[in-house]
Design a protein around this ligand. Sequence first.
Ligand code: NIG
Ligand code: FE
Length: 389
Amino acid sequence: MSSTAITDIAALVTNDPSLGDGSPLGLIHDAALVIEGERVVWTGESSKAPATDNRVDAGGRAVLPGFVDSHSHLLFAGDRTEEFNARMSGRPYSAGGIRTTVAATRAASDAELERTLTRHLAEALRQGTTTFETKSGYGLTVHDEARALRVAAAHTDEVTYLGAHIVAPELADDPAAYVDLVTGEMLDACAPHARWIDVFCERGAFDGDQARAILTAGRARGLHPRIHANQLSHGPGVQLAVELDAASADHCTHLTDDDVDALAHSDTVATLLPGAEFSTRAPWPDARRLLDAGATVALSTDCNPGSSFTSSVPFCVALAVRDMGMTPDEAVWSATAGGARALRRDDVGRLSPGARADLVVLDAPSHVHLSYRPGVPLVAQVWRRGERR
Ligand code: NIG
Ligand code: FE
């Protein structure tokens, strides 16, 4: 197996507090990193780097773990430009827009769905995302949910069954029948292709009791829960996430002190999705309040055609620093190690020996530039599984 050293790194974010400056970022200055196969095998000061087969000079730039985008909805078809346009002219966002995408997705071929998925994945990779989760939720029939997950599973291990996005339009008058479908025949068809099960727990989507029934049924089939919780209004989603040991409660825009406290005393990650608040002109989730209470926070794009059509983790990092009270260090941690926690992974989101060699070389001397220079394409190189992409 050949080895490669990346040397002359001005600042290396390892996310291993036992390394470098001892902060949560485990920051090493004037650093090098050695890759063997698809793994990191050594990190330390550049002057002490061991001999390797190949050497790549980072030229005094910063290196950090590839972003772990733990929440996206990329199995879709159709276009909602006009909905966004109307919203920016004053119309409010509602979960109802999902129906537009459901109609277009049902009408699309598998090949079309796959083309849209891979186009957005390539776009995300160029912006530094090396691990991503994606969901179904725009099919809402047994056939359409299962095929979305089949397409997704060909491109990532982190696949989430979101049959419970909204009640399928044809069963709008009989939500109980739709919950039966989601927990029955649809679950049977979808479980083999997914690792996770998710519910949109919100007024206009699913209430707490329905969400509990859906997630519990998924768990019985070996899927692990995560929840769209407390996005548009306060609701039972966060408490349910903690009760069921969900890997993450996503959005967390409307929280009580009890919700914050429950998250802080659990293994459930609060995944914040500022692209959604940006694109719906909604109030920002309060990352500072969660961090000060001791909760683990992840940052993710929520990339979807309705509420957050961005695949850019750097954009979310900049928003989180500017508007959600995060420090630049915290935001970078949340977009890397935090995303990994939200997916219960320890092989990604860090750059210490044993980790997957997924990394970003920035055209900047420090990771802080991700929020200091918003909107600038700073991602100079992306390495995934030890190879430059
Ligand atoms: O995470 N909250 C529910 N689902 C998506 C929005 C989906 C859509 O509008 O198409 C979200 O924001
Ligand atoms: Fe979402």
